[in-house]
Every structure is written in C-alpha cells, then in structure tokens.
Design a protein around this ligand. Structure first.
Ligand SMILES: Nc1ncnc2c1ncn2[C@@H]1O[C@H](COP(=O)(O)OP(=O)(O)OP(=O)(O)O)[C@@H](O)[C@H]1O
Ligand SMILES: [Mg+2]
Length: 493
C-alpha cells in the first residue's frame, strides 16, 4: 500500500478523502513503510511523489500538537534532536493516545501509525513541521514553501520540488508561528509579512494571507555552516585564480568595490570572500539587514538592523541600514562593509567612500555592471535628497572603482561574469571597462555568456588604477592581464 500521491494527480480539497491508505477508521491498517523508503522512492521521471500524511494521522496531528504542550510557547526554545525533550513530548503523546483509545476505538493506532504520528508531532512541536528533514539536511541551502502542497528546495545550486507536504494551511501557520514567536515577532493581519533571522543565522521570510494567494509562504535561506572560501569558489569554477589574485590586490589596495548580481546569485558569499582579503589590523565595520558575513579578522564590529519594538508606532526602536551607516562614521571605521544597498543608504555610502573611507564594499541587485550604476543612481535618488542626476552620477564614478558581476547560470553554477572598472565620465556617460569577462570558447562577444562551459578571461585591458596596486606591492604581470592567458578552470558547480 502506498502512502504517497503523485504530484500530477488531482489535488484534494481539505475535507475530501484522498486516494491513499487509512481512508477510514474502520480500515485494518497495514504497517506504514519506513519514512526513508518513501523518500527514496520519491523522485521519479521528473515528477515528485509527494509524501502525504494519511488523513487519520493528519487529523490527530492537528488536534494533538497543541495538547502535548502545557503552554503554547512551552517548546519555543526546545529543538528537534534534544533527547530529553523528545522523550517528554513522546510520553505525553503516548498518554493522550492511550486515554483517547480507551474511550474511542477509532483512536487505536498500530505501531507504525504511532511511530509516524510521534515523529510528525515531534517535528511540529520541536522542529519545523513538514520541512524538518530539509532543515536538517546540510546539503539543502534554501527551502521555499509555496503553500501546503508545494515545497521547493535548492541543493548544489539546483532548485527542485521536494516530496514533503504540509497537511494544510493551519499546519504551515503552526510552523510559521513557531519560527517567529521566540523572536518576539508577530504574524497576523496587522503584520502579514515578517523578515527574521533564526538563532543559527538562517534568514527567513514569511508572508501570509491575504497577500500570499497560495497560502502562507515561507522562504528559508539556510546559514551555511561554513561560508564558501576563495579556494571553494575557484574549485567550483566560479572564477579563476588569476581573477582572485587581481581582486585581492584591489581589496588590499583599498579600492571601493561593488558586487552586483541577481537574487541568490552569490553576492553575499563573494562579498565575504573579498572581505577576507582585508588585512587583519584594519578596523572593519559590517552593516547588514540580517547578519550573514563571517569575517575572521579580529578587529570587526558587526552591526545589524533592528526591527521596531512590538506594539509601538512601527518606528520606535528601529534602526535601518542607513541609520547604521551614518552611525558607523563616528566609530573610526577603516573599512565599511554594507551587506546590501537597497535604499537611501547608497547616498551615505558614496559620501563615505568619497570622504576618505576607501576600501569599502557593498552589493547591489543588478544584472550587469551598467545596470548596477543605474541602480545606485536610483537608490541615491530614493534617499530623499533632491540632487541632480548628473551630480549623483559623478559621485558614483568618483567613489566606486570596481564592479564585480556574479550570476547564477541555468545549470545552477554561480560565476563571476564581468569584472569592470569604472574609469570616469565622457560627457554625461559613465565609462566602464571590462577587465575580465566570462566567455564561451571561441567567442569574442563583448557581453558575457549566460550558460555554463565558458571561462573567465582577461580582456587584455589593464585597469587605470594599476599604479595604486603597484604602490601596494602588487606587480600583476601580463599573466593576469594578457588576453586569453588565464588558466581554464573546470566548470563543476
Ligand atoms: N560561487 C558559488 N558556487 C556555488 N554556490 C554558491 C556560490 N556562491 C554562493 N553559493 C550558494 O548560493 C546560495 C546563495 O548565495 P548568497 O547568499 O551569497 O547569494 P546572494 O546573491 O547574496 O542572495 P540574496 O540575493 O538572497 O541576498 C548560498 O546557498 C550559497 O552557499
Ligand atoms: Mg545576499
């Protein structure tokens, strides 16, 4: 008897009896196949066999998950895997079931059902409900719940649909509340969207009804146990050793660098790697919306935005990236690293870069270096200062030396596709010069390739700021800038 349903089968409405086992209490249930066996059978010919909780057990799970707790928040700081807590909850569940079964025969469960229910309730009460196995799986980097029946995951750069399902909207909300309650946050009609960070550093975004039309949507970017290193990225083929050498020279020589890329393209990871080149004795201030950077230097001040205090006017207690950037200028920073420029802080960052805080870095969301200049212009104009566009453009050109473009290609690999110098202005136009560009073999195109199998080549142009690199002891030879001489690195990830 299968406990799974195929994705392409008609979806069931909440009160319909699905075409799976245990459809009524009078069935004589067969033992359930082990959960791992269900998972192993799940991926089939491009479709996904969904693991769906038998309705009898789903119903019990729904009724009992609150009843195994003394208070709704009793288990907020307990975790899956804590043996004493698991034993405590399992024992309470056993007692409740025993009592129910003595009153009503339909509550009698066989051993397999009891095991399935216990694990499910432990996942709900101590973990993340249906997505607990994905949360526990270290190879999964992102989890996207698009409503009860559709849960997606990213693994090794590839996004696929997973076999797990929530029982219903209530079930997702249970997990959502469990995530945000310990942080003193609320998810309800007044606060239908929450951005938060889990204690382990993972980033969570939750949006619920009425805006989330598929049902409550949870997106978790898991905090990597260890940020990828420069060696990892070179081995993955994200860039070449020559490019790494060049970028190191730029960072040490205090060039102002912007990492540009789309969502999930690897901007933060690259910013982390570049920040790793900052010499140990320099005072670094990092400013992030949710702290993701992991710097190993000793003289680091980490700042993170603060949400407003609950129940206030929506402003009290809040600190934005912009507030923190302004504040940081009074903290004797030698380097300011802003996790992402998304608003008016762009203006403050440019001012800082133009007033002696060289060697600062940030990321922006843009699809190519030219767009990232345009994006910065827009962000500065959003700052509320009434500045003429040309003034803003001049500020950008004088502040930023280098734009490093990263992209997630269709094969799931992440690559630096362009390293471009901002050289200056010609009339009202910004002059950008590619130093490295990602091309397919044999291509001479001036735009980077968007598929795997290419390599990051030097264009043959040396940056205008090369003298500054030389002053800092970096004698980068023709080996790095000579066109076509960069080593080909196998494209693996
Ligand atoms: N060069 C790379 N090769 C393989 N995986 C990578 C690479 N860079 C980043 N990743 C992985 O991709 C995921 C997204 O990376 P990251 O958080 O750096 O992206 P991002 O562009 O900052 O995303 P967002 O737009 O959401 O801020 C992470 O799981 C990370 O480990
Ligand atoms: Mg990021």
């Amino acid at each position: 008897m299968s406990m799974m349903r195929r994705l392409n089968e008609p979806s069931r409405r909440p009160n319909e009896t699905p075409d799976i086992s245990y459809s009524s209490a009078s069935d004589v249930p067969e033992p359930a196949p082990p959960v791992q066996a269900q998972q192993a059978a799940a991926a089939y010919a491009g479709t996904v066999n969904k693991i769906i909780m038998p309705p009898k057990l789903a119903n019990l799970r729904k009724q009992l998950r609150a009843r195994v707790l003394r208070t709704p928040d009793e288990a907020d700081t307990w975790h899956r895997g804590e043996a004493d807590k698991e034993a405590l909850i399992a024992e309470r569940l056993r007692q409740i079931i025993e009592k129910l079964a003595s009153e009503k025969p339909e509550f009698r469960l066989n051993q397999a059902e009891m095991t399935l229910l216990r694990e499910a309730i432990l996942d709900d009460v101590l973990g993340f409900g249906a997505i607990q196995p994905l949360v526990a799986d270290r190879t999964v980097s992102e989890i996207m719940v698009n409503g009860p029946q559709h849960i997606w995951k990213e693994q090794k750069g590839l996004i696929t649909e997973s076999e797990y399902t929530y029982d219903d909207e209530d079930h997702i909300l249970w997990t959502a509340q469990r995530i945000i309650r310990p942080m003193g946050r609320q998810l309800n009609r007044e606060h239908p969207m929450v951005d938060a960070r889990l204690p382990d550093g993972s980033r969570v975004h939750i949006v619920t009804l009425p805006s989330a039309l598929n049902g409550t949507t949870i997106t978790i970017r898991k905090f990597p146990e260890k940020r990828l290193t420069v060696e990892d990225l070179i081995n993955f083929g994200s860039f070449t050793r020559e490019t790494a050498e060049f970028l190191k020279a730029c960072v040490v020589s205090r060039m102002n660098v912007v990492v540009s890329g789309g969502t999930g393209s690897g901007k933060t990871t690259l910013l982390n790697v570049l920040s790793g080149y900052i010499p140990d004795e320099e005072r670094i201030i990092t400013i992030e919306d949710s702290a993701e950077l992991q710097l190993n230097q000793r003289h680091v001040v980490r700042l993170e935005t603060a949400p407003p205090v609950p129940g206030g006017d929506g402003k009290t207690g809040a600190l934005t990236v912009r507030d923190l950037v302004r504040g940081s200028l009074r903290m004797r920073p030698e380097r300011i690293i802003i996790g992402e420029c998304r608003g008016g802080e762009a203006l403050d960052m440019l001012s800082a870069m133009n007033t002696g805080h060289d060697g600062s870095m940030t990321t922006v969301h843009a699809n190519n270096p030219r767009d990232s200049v345009a994006r910065l212009e827009t962000l500065v104009l959003m700052s509320g200062m009434d500045l003429p566009l040309i003034t803003v453009r001049k500020q950008i050109v004088s502040a930023i030396d280098l734009i490093v473009q990263i992209a997630r290609l269709r094969d799931g690999s992440r690559k630096i596709t362009q390293v471009s110098e901002i050289q200056g202005m010609e009339g009202e136009n910004v002059i950008l010069q590619d130093i490295f560009i990602y091309r397919l073999p044999g291509s001479n195109s001036s735009s980077p390739a968007s598929v795997g199998g290419g390599k990051l080549e030097s264009t043959g142009f040396r940056p205008k700021f090369i003298e500054k690199l030389e002053e800092n002891g970096f004698r980068l030879s023709g080996r790095i800038f000579g066109a076509g001489q960069s080593t080909f690195v196998k494209s693996s990830l």
